[in-house]
Write a protein that binds this ligand. Structure first.
Ligand SMILES: [Ca+2]
Ligand SMILES: [Ca+2]
Ligand SMILES: [Ca+2]
Ligand SMILES: [Ca+2]
Length: 365
């Protein structure tokens, strides 16, 4: 996606292959701008002297991020949550605390963390219901727990990590807000459980420290299932999971779990780290070692692109008919493609019902 001298930040991806990230001059923390990749074009959303960081985007193209525009705090300028919608930037928070790392769902609701400056180890989850900003957690100054990484799905469920940095070693647990109640999902023996992500089925992924490595957990149907070694996972609504794993040769590498199979996406000395996955099975991630980082995108051919040349047009008619009538022969003729790209109506079978929607795509072109 990029090959620049800039320090590109962690990318986030929506279901329309729009991607956002923050871009900084190498080794210069005081600035940063929000970049949007939209249908082949890079758009710079912000242009000011403050640092803009950690953007997220929903399917309506609404972008949220942290802007370090507030009064000076113990760690430099404090941050507020910004929202970009229909070309207009508005501010969701306006105070002298650190509001950081917002997430936005397709209902336009957001969740993020607010660090309470005077007690810098204390942070609480805040969320925006589309109209007003609300505080979700409050552990109090005496407790001073650190609630971080708030993220929410379209069922009104919010997840985050509740850290305790006042014990040594520190502890972390996975918290879920659901229908007015907050509970802990990770059992006490799951040491340093952190970074939960919930999809629109109510399934979660997170990881914990199992003593020798980082163990990836899938929470499904009220049960925690140990998946593999890895961390920093995200899942789409089909249960596909992006995660990273440390390997002796090469360091951090990108992995994909899809339909009960693990795929290693990268295998080279350049690190692949945090990323995102959408419902088309496309993946973006950060590639490189700070500050020389770039963005990678794993694209997929779209339904109807039966000759796998990146577009759906008249050249796809013949291979489409071959895929319908003889998928085996299709696989011989087009070994690098997939006959299931002819499943245009997405019902997992190849038959006459795919013809009309296929013609529909051709007429749109
Ligand atoms: Ca800026
Ligand atoms: Ca603030
Ligand atoms: Ca094609
Ligand atoms: Ca079909």
């Amino acid at each position: 996606m990029t090959n620049t001298p800039y320090n590109e930040g962690v990318p986030r991806l929506n279901n329309h292959k729009q991607i956002v990230w923050d871009r900084r001059e190498p080794n210069l923390d005081s600035t940063g701008e929000i970049i949007l990749y939209d249908n082949g074009t890079l758009v710079q959303i912000t242009d000011d002297e403050v640092r803009d960081a950690w953007p997220d985007i929903n399917d309506d193209g609404i972008i949220v991020w942290s802007s370090f525009r507030g009064p000076e705090g113990p760690f430099g300028p404090t941050a507020d949550i910004m929202m970009y919608k229909d070309g207009v930037i508005t501010q969701l928070t306006d105070d002298d605390e650190y509001d950081y790392a917002p997430y936005i769902n397709n209902l336009g609701q957001c969740a993020w963390s607010k660090t309470l400056g005077q007690y810098s180890a204390q942070s609480e989850i805040y969320w925006y219901d589309g109209t007003t900003v609300k505080r979700l957690t409050y552990d109090g100054e005496a407790e001073a727990k650190s609630n971080q990484g708030g993220q929410l799905n379209e069922l009104g469920q919010i997840v985050w990590t509740r850290y305790d940095f006042f014990v040594d070693p520190w502890e972390g647990e996975i918290r879920l807000y659901d229908r007015g109640q907050i509970r802990t999902l990770s059992p006490p023996w799951m040491f340093e459980a952190q970074l939960p992500y919930i999809n629109n089925l109510g399934d979660l992924v997170w990881f914990y420290n199992d003593g020798s490595d980082q163990a990836l957990v899938l929470w499904h149907g009220g049960h925690a299932l140990h998946l593999t070694h890895g961390r920093n996972s995200r899942t789409n609504d089909l249960g596909h999971i992006y995660f990273i794993r440390w390997q002796e040769a090469g360091g951090w590498q990108a992995w994909l779990y899809r339909d009960s199979t693990f795929y290693q996406l990268t295998d080279d000395p350049t690190w692949s780290t945090d990323g995102d996955i959408n419902n088309a099975g496309e993946v973006v991630w950060l590639y490189g070692i700070y500050p020389a980082t770039d963005i990678c995108l794993l694209q997929r051919y779209s339904p109807g692109d039966l000759n796998c040349d990146g577009s759906v047009d008249g050249f796809d008619v013949e291979p489409f008919l071959l895929a319908l009538t003889d998928p085996h022969l299709y696989g011989v003729v087009y070994p690098a493609c997939d006959a299931m790209l002819a499943d245009v109506n997405a019902d997992n079978s190849l038959n006459g019902f795919d013809i009309e929607p296929f013609v529909g795509i051709l007429l749109e072109e």
